[in-house]
Design a protein. Sequence first.
Length: 252
Amino acid sequence: MTANTADDADLAPTIDRDDLDVDSGARGTLYALLARAFTHPDDDLYDALATGEFADSVASLLDRTTLDVDGFDPDESDAVDDDDAADSGPAALRTEDDYDTLCARYNDLFVVSFTEVEDRTDGTESSTAPPVPLYESSYRSDVSWTDVNLDLLRAYDFYGLEVDQSVRDHHDHLRYQLEFAGYLARRAAVADDGAPAARLDLLDRHLRVITEGMADAMADEPEIGAYGPLVKLLDAFTAADRRDLADRVEGE
């Protein structure tokens, strides 16, 4: 996602460093980290997951927030004593797969669709989406693909943002929504009073829809490796951020 007009750098000079909201900044960075986690693995992402650098970053960022993220206590990031903890805490975000296996898991879960011939007499085919799609519209039966994507396009455009033309994809892709949530959190860190309400609206109408859908879909999948804990973190973090924002924004 790229900026058409203003970006974070335009806001920073107007704020004294001591006035920056560390909590909101940490949330913004964690949103960006999650967006990175749900791109196709490259060498850098694999190394971060394999060495524990990714898990350590998650724990450090959560520790800078006031959020109660279910199952992700940063103080327990280096101590996994039982199967339940290993399946949910920051330490579980480390992968033991080799690079090719991690890529195969990503493709099998999020990318590869399946086509079956329904009628061998005329070649009629049916297509099945990936088990855990990365597009919000895949989880929406209440609104059309066009309405979902148009609404997000307008939200991005309001802040002078657009989908990166070099890797253009649909506006409802998880990565773009996470990048936008991170952008709004960083604006909140530099005292943009409207940014928290905008993030709450994004979570309510879009981001929580896709994260809940992914969590439900992932629960039925075997052989998920580190992507199981990653989706659990995604679901738990966005839920916690949404609860906190609702208390602060709607309580004003």
